[in-house]
Write a protein that binds this ligand. Structure first.
Ligand SMILES: Cc1cc2nc3c(=O)[nH]c(=O)nc-3n(C[C@H](O)[C@H](O)[C@H](O)COP(=O)(O)OP(=O)(O)OC[C@H]3O[C@@H](n4cnc5c(N)ncnc54)[C@H](O)[C@@H]3O)c2cc1C
Length: 469
């Protein structure tokens, strides 16, 4: 998504000498890799679209992953981006030397470039849980982002580890096919009820005829989500109270068995963890062949999962829906900035960046969806579009010859990080739960200000925050 966007926007701005390096043999990133049953976006499709490429064909309010993958392939084709992608080219090293970036690929190719845009994704490196005996399991076992469609589901005993958005989507999609479904829950989740109606053929035809309707829909949904995300940054905002109420009512009105209800009731505030959207999870998990297992996993054995209460849950397939290593960003790529400064050293404690885009000592290197950017329940496409607009303004300074090198000052970055950290403590993500939003100190790794402020910051760089050389 971000790489394709960069190419389109670079070309629009008159830059034509660029290459997209993609380590895989196909574009799509997240949507190429996450092909588990039930995958869909969880922000409305008409918002999860580039603003300049509205799509009248979305089948549902939250369309499936295969449609999203096809959408990105279509956009890349129509904009002539696909031929500019060098597939099978993993960048293993980027080093700034004599004013330019020296890139090396895994196969040993070498390139020299003026500017690097890291569009390497945030939910990209699967997080493998440290559970004893994973390699001993006798059935099929994989991470949800490495789904093996040759593994049989029908009539089998399936275990799912994790209760985030992915696990919830998988449960609803497969429960009717499998003999038994065991959901291994460490933490209960608040579930926001979200209907997912299909768009009728007539509606799609109307969207095709009247593109202004699509633009309005995109703009209206963006406004709604901005209002929602403005509320996230104040744990006591009316938006958060509304969400809490909707989630509580969803749980209490839809789960009949009081014991199960208490198992599924989180002990933290709604939206503290990434809010899970579903219209049918509670129905699915109450099917007679489904079970929520809360005893805690002791170890994996050949036959299945042994929980701490001594029980063995015999399984044919175990899915690890355990999320991603969100502190990686462009790593394991070796990134070396000015005077031999290593990114691994700068980020040894935790990743940080000025406005989530650039890092002191790493000139002419810009990130899309980098550290501490907005990651709440809204469209990362919109985030990347705003960031790319900002990056282009910096690149413009290089083109116009104002400078040869641009990087944020240490001082501006430290001030930003101090303000960000302080604000992050007051957000809903810092209201007392364990989640992938939190860094090693328990501080939310996210944009803690309003989305309006993000938009304002992205509208124009503050040049005084940068060192121009
Ligand atoms: C299951 C799931 C559901 C999601 N749902 C939503 C949603 O509903 N709404 C939303 O806004 N976001 C959602 N996201 C977040 C999603 O990741 C982003 O929306 C978006 O797809 C990210 O695009 P990207 O291009 O920035 O990164 P990615 O899609 O991760 O793409 C990064 C690309 O860079 C390549 N790459 C990485 N390192 C290198 C290297 N060293 N050399 C060469 N190539 C490299 C990768 O192979 C990959 O193709 C979801 C994520 C997941 C995992």
């Amino acid at each position: 998504m971000s790489g394709i966007l960069s190419a389109i926007k670079l070309r629009e701005a008159g830059f034509d000498d660029f290459t997209i390096y993609e380590k895989a043999d196909r574009l799509g990133g997240t949507w190429r890799e996450n092909i588990y049953p039930g995958i869909s976006c969880d922000v409305p499709s008409h918002l999860y679209s580039y603003s300049f490429e509205p799509n009248p064909e979305w089948s549902h309010r939250f369309s499936p992953g295969s449609e999203i993958q096809a959408y990105f392939e279509g956009v890349a084709r129509r904009h002539g981006v696909t031929p500019r992608i060098r597939f099978g080219a993993e960048i293993t090293s980027a080093a700034f030397s004599a004013g330019r970036w020296q890139l090396e690929t895994k196969s040993g190719d070498h390139d020299e470039v003026d500017v690097v845009i890291a569009a390497t994704g945030v939910l990209h490196h699967p997080n493998m849980p440290a559970i004893e005996g994973l390699s001993r399991f006798g059935g099929a076992l994989f991470h949800s982002a490495r789904w093996d469609h040759t593994a049989q589901l029908d009539g089998r005993r399936i275990g799912i580890v994790g209760t985030g958005s992915t696990a919830v989507q998988i449960v609803s999609a497969i429960v009717d096919r499998v003999a038994r479904l065991s959901l291994f829950q460490r933490t209960a989740q608040w579930i926001m009820p979200q209907e997912n109606p299909a768009y009728s053929a007539e509606k799609q035809a109307e969207f095709r005829r009247r593109p202004e309707l699509l633009e309005e829909l995109h703009a209206d949904t963006a406004r709604l989500f901005a209002a929602f995300s403005n509320g996230l940054v104040d744990a006591n905002s009316p938006q958060m109270k509304m969400i809490e109420e909707a989630c509580r009512a969803n749980l209490e009105q839809n789960v009949r068995d009081p014991l199960l209800l208490e198992k599924l009731r989180p002990n933290y505030r709604a939206a503290c963890k990434r809010l899970v959207m579903s219209c049918d999870f509670y129905q699915a998990i109450q099917k007679p062949n489904a079970e929520v297992v809360t005893a805690g996993i002791e170890r994996i054995e050949v036959e299945g999962v042994r929980t701490r209460d001594g029980r063995l849950h015999e399984l044919d397939l175990l899915v690890l829906a355990t999320g991603f290593r969100v502190d990686r960003f462009m790593r394991p790529m070796q990134v070396v900035g000015r005077d031999g400064l290593r990114l691994d050293t700068v980020w040894a404690q935790r990743p940080s960046a000025y406005l989530s885009i650039s890092i002191p000592g790493f000139p002419n290197l810009f990130m899309l969806n980098g550290p501490n950017g907005p990651v709440g329940n809204f469209s990362l496409i919109e985030v990347a579009e705003l960031q790319m607009g900002y990056v282009l303004r910096l690149v413009e300074l290089l083109r116009e010859g104002h400078c040869r090198e641009i990087s944020p000052s240490e001082d501006a970055t430290q001030r930003f990080e101090a303000e960000r950290t302080e604000a992050a403590r007051h957000t809903i993500w810092g209201s007392g739960c364990r989640s992938w939003y939190l860094d090693d100190r328990g501080v939310p790794m996210s944009w803690p200000f309003t989305f309006d402020r993000f938009r304002e910051e992205m509208a124009a760089p503050k040049i005084e925050a940068y060192q121009l050389a």
